[in-house]
Design a protein around this ligand. Structure first.
Ligand SMILES: [Cu+2]
Length: 181
């Protein structure tokens, strides 16, 4: 009975250690696979929405998409940012001056870590649109939280494993003494 319990405990301990050891960097982060407008595209009119498609699921939360005008500071994106399968969709207001527009995004990878990048497209014909005051998008209201982009610390796992190990040793010693008596 006691031996069986010990064996079971040992198995649980080994499983725990294996899990801790395996808790390294998670799967690769989301990569942009397609977009509309496409990277480097030359278009005469802007689409009604910007669609960013990734290779895997995007988590709801702190996802932001900005469209910056040729002057480098005007905003043309709308809100809200929504998720459709592996795509992040953002309304786009009618564009204005012809020139290079930059799409900047920051999205939550499937593993919960944020990734961001930017790319440009060119508007070949001036539109009638006016820049907008950037609206608070999904997650922009919590800059402190979205700033925590680091990896999950490993030390709580190590402390947990050590405590578990110490507990196992104490238990084994006690059980061993009981058996000896
Ligand atoms: Cu990650």
């Amino acid at each position: 009975m006691i031996n069986a319990a010990l064996r079971l405990f040992g198995a649980a301990l080994v499983t725990g250690i294996v899990l801790v050891a395996g808790a390294g960097p998670a799967a690769a982060h989301n990569a942009l696979t397609a977009s509309n407008p496409a990277k480097g595209a030359e278009i005469a009119t802007g689409p009604e929405k910007v669609v960013l498609t990734f290779d895997q699921e995007v988590q709801a939360g702190f996802n932001t998409v900005q469209v910056i005008g040729p002057d480098g500071s005007s905003h043309w994106e709308g809100s809200p940012v929504t998720i459709e399968n592996t795509s992040v969709v953002t309304p786009l207001n009618p564009l204005g001056p012809a020139g290079k527009y930059t799409i900047k995004y920051r999205i939550l990878s499937a593993d919960g870590h944020p990734v961001g990048d930017s790319f440009s497209f060119t508007l070949t014909q001036a539109g009638t649109g006016q820049p907008v005051t950037p609206a608070a998008q999904d997650g922009e209201a919590k800059p402190e939280e979205s700033g925590k982009s680091g990896e999950t610390p490993v030390w709580p796992w190590i402390v947990g494993a050590v405590v578990l190990l110490a507990g196992g040793v104490v238990l084994a010693m006690r059980l061993g003494r009981t058996v000896d008596e």
